[in-house]
Structure formats: structure tokens, C-alpha cells
Design a protein around this ligand. Structure first.
Ligand code: NAD
Ligand code: WQD
Length: 340
């Protein structure tokens, strides 16, 4: 029988790509999502790519009785927990909503797992937990000091999970710190579908290229970086999805442990380099204006990706040109996302 993995937030951007990678690796995803930032269409597309329709429970991850009935419905081998809110700016305006969905959501999930005796968990954390460390290459052992409510929810969850793992034998927990996930499945059938005007660089660039937005604003041309624009570690979402499968395999094959891993490429790319790569991939111009720095941004950061390589034997396979090509394929085929 194929092992079943509960995927909270599995209809979302990273979760839907993880569903594809899991199915292709012999796992059966069972998705729990409240569709607050996604649509059921992503799961239909997962079925078109893989030939397997993920089972779906429409529920809020904070709903203890919904979680209990999911765990009672049959054996669940592990949980991948993607459900949560992720907009940094919004988290400063609605912090309690972020603590409710992210922190209380994970608490409800961990308690339900404890009741059900399921102790294998892969958690979506973020490089945002590092805050403003003053260095560019970020290693997992750096002190975490997040600078916004979203980041604090992730760091609090990480600590809660560490306390849980220390308190009770048998937990296998991975805290995965993603850098900047971008791109789409190579089929162009699933991808990132932000609601409203995108906050992040890649979906904004894609929407300018496709003509849905006029011009990109480049936040700062005077950063202490080679071309003056911000530098980040952009990881292809399918590399990220593969990293989840590698993590799960590793957790299930080794003794109980708490694992903390960066998932990134280990390389930095500037905003201008990204614009040029996207122009090459799409054959379209991406007009932009350099404007003031965005509050809360840092100049440059990228992952120290050596621990994931050493522990999992996993490395990213795709580069900037691949991720621009795949993001463009998705954007061109779905100019309005899953909505049409
Ligand atoms: P997303 O918004 O596309 O996916 C999140 C999914 O969770 C959505 O389908 C949403 O409907 C669902 N959801 C939200 N609150 C829920 C709740 N209370 N109950 C049930 N479902 C709920 O986001 P994503 O980009 O796929 O991110 C997935 C995870 O990875 C998040 O936890 C996010 O914080 C983390 N992460 C994302 C990034 C990124 O840039 N995309 C970077 C680092 C970490
Ligand atoms: C990338 C670069 C911007 C938009 C965020 C979260 C982080 C994580 C990933 C969840 C920066 C510049 C952007 C634009 C621009 N998410 N930029 N014009 O800020 O590195 O990370 O997403 O965990 O927590 O903070 O990503 O894509 O917003 O920005 O010039 O319209 O692009 O200044 O240098 P960021 P981003």
C-alpha cells in the first residue's frame, strides 16, 4: 500500500508542487486546505499531470475535530504542513490573524498528531526567521531574530516543535527554511497564483511581461551589491518540492530527530539579473523604474546549502533560466491564474 501523507495547504503554490513530487515518488497525498488563498483547480491540475487525484478535505487546520476525523480515516504516515499565511506586509497590519493561522494552526495540528500517534512532520519555515543577520550567506546555526510578525510566527513555531521533539520520544520533525521559491511545474499547468497585486518579485515580473501590470518598481538601486539592486536566493519550486520528498525519505529512514535545513541554491541573483533572465526566457520587455528601497528589505542573502546536501544528498538542479522559462510558460498559459 502506498504511504499516505497529509498535506495541509496542499492546494497552495508550494503544496501543489509538493503533491506532484510526492505522487511521482510513490506517496499518496491527502490534502487539507480551507482555500483561503488557493483554488481546487490546482488539485485538478495535479491530477492532469500525475494521473492521480489527491484526496481532499476542505477544512481549517485549526479545526481539531476535522483533524481528528482525518487521522481516523485511515493510516497517515507523515504530515507536511504548508497551511498558513505568508505576506510580510499584511502580517504587520493583521498580526493576530497571522498568529492565529500560523501559530495556533500548527499547535492544533501538533496536538491532533499527538492524539493520533503520528509523529512524522515536515514544516514549512522560512529564511525570514534569520531577520537581518548582517551577513549574506546564512547558515542554520545562526541566531534567529525575525523582524516582522510573519517571521516571528515561523520562529515561534520552530521553537514549539523543538520543545515537542525534546519532550516526547519518537518525533521525527524537519524544519525547512525556504529561501525564495519561484517558477512553476514544467508542464505550465500549475504555478503561483497570487490574489491581487503580487508582493514578490517573480510574479510581479511575470505579470508585467504578460501585460497584466504596466511596470515593475525596483526597490532600491543603491544597495551595497554589485549592481546596486537586492540579491536573493531564488529556488525553483520543483527543486523545493523534491527537497521535501528527500527530507521525508530521510526522516522515515533514520531514528527520531529534529532536523533544521535551509532549502536554497546557495547562490544569489540580483533584481536586474532576474529581469534580464526573464526577458531572455519570455522574449518580452520588462519595463521598470528604480524607486526607493522597500522598508524591511535587506541588501543580500543566500542559503548556505551545504547541510541539506550533506544530510539529504539533495541539491537544486535548476537555474535562473529554467525558473524564468517555467514561470513564463505558466504565466502565458494562465494569464489570469487558475481563474481563467
Ligand atoms: P500559499 O498561500 O500558496 O499556500 C498556503 C495554503 O494554505 C493555501 O492553499 C491556503 O488556502 C491554505 N491555508 C491558509 N491558511 C489555512 C488554514 N488556516 N487552514 C487550512 N488551510 C489554510 O503559500 P505557499 O507559497 O504555498 O507557502 C506554503 C508555506 O510555505 C507557508 O507556510 C509559507 O509561510 C511557507 N513559505 C513560503 C514561501 C514563499 O515565498 N512562497 C517562503 C518561505 C516559506
Ligand atoms: C525579492 C527582491 C525586493 C518586488 C519574501 C519574504 C520571505 C519569503 C520569500 C515567505 C528584493 C525586490 C520585489 C518588487 C522589487 N516568504 N523587489 N520589486 O522580500 O526576499 O522575501 O518572500 O516566507 O519571508 O520576505 O522576496 O520577492 O518580495 O523580493 O524590486 O516589486 O526583489 O526588494 O530585493 P523577499 P521578494
Amino acid at each position: 500500500m502506498q504511504p499516505v501523507v497529509l498535506i495541509t495547504g496542499g492546494a497552495g503554490y508550494v503544496g501543489s508542487h509538493a503533491c506532484v513530487a510526492l505522487i511521482e515518488s510513490g506517496y499518496l497525498p491527502l490534502v487539507l486546505d480551507n482555500f483561503s488563498n488557493s483554488s481546487v483547480e490546482s488539485l485538478r491540475r495535479v491530477a492532469r499531470i500525475t494521473g492521480v487525484q489527491p484526496q481532499l478535505v476542505e477544512a481549517d487546520v485549526r479545526d481539531a475535530s476535522a483533524l481528528d476525523s482525518v487521522f481516523r480515516s485511515g493510516p497517515i504516515h507523515a504530515v507536511m504542513h504548508f497551511a498558513g499565511l505568508k505576506a510580510v506586509g499584511e502580517s504587520t497590519v493583521q498580526p493576530l490573524r497571522y498568529y492565529a493561522h500560523n501559530l495556533a494552526g500548527t499547535l492544533a495540528l501538533a496536538k491532533a498528531m499527538q492524539r493520533a500517534g503520528v509523529r512524522n512532520l515536515v514544516f514549512s519555515s522560512s529564511a525570514t526567521v534569520y531577520g537581518e543577520p548582517g551577513i549574506e550567506q546564512l547558515h542554520e546555526d545562526l541566531r534567529c531574530d525575525p523582524v516582522n510578525p510573519y517571521g516571528r510566527t515561523k520562529w515561534m513555531i520552530e521553537q514549539m516543535l523543538a520543545d515537542l521533539a525534546a519532550s516526547e520520544p519518537g518525533w521525527r520533525i524537519a524544519r525547512l527554511r525556504y529561501f525564495n521559491p519561484v517558477g512553476a511545474h514544467a508542464s505550465g499547468l500549475i504555478g503561483e497564483d497570487p490574489r491581487g497585486v503580487p508582493n514578490n518579485l517573480m510574479p510581479y515580473v511575470s505579470q508585467v511581461a504578460v501585460g497584466r501590470l504596466d511596470r515593475l518598481r525596483v526597490f532600491g538601486g543603491d544597495w551595497p551589491t554589485p549592481d546596486g539592486t537586492g540579491v536573493r536566493d531564488y529556488i525553483h519550486v520543483m527543486d523545493l518540492a523534491d527537497g521535501h520528498v528527500a527530507t521525508l525519505r530521510h526522516l522515515l529512514a533514520t531514528p527520531p530527530q529534529l532536523l533544521t535545513l535551509n532549502l536554497g541554491t546557495g547562490r544569489g541573483t540580483s533584481v536586474l539579473e532576474m529581469i534580464r533572465a526573464f526577458e531572455r526566457a519570455s522574449g518580452r520587455a520588462v519595463p521598470y523604474d528604480v524607486v526607493d528601497r522597500r522598508p524591511g528589505d535587506i541588501a543580500a542573502c543566500w542559503a548556505d546549502a551545504t547541510r541539506a546536501a550533506h544530510v539529504l544528498g539533495w541539491r537544486t538542479q535548476r537555474g535562473i533560466d529554467d525558473l524564468c522559462r517555467d514561470a513564463w510558460r505558466w504565466q502565458q498559459a494562465n494569464p489570469r491564474g487558475y481563474g481563467g
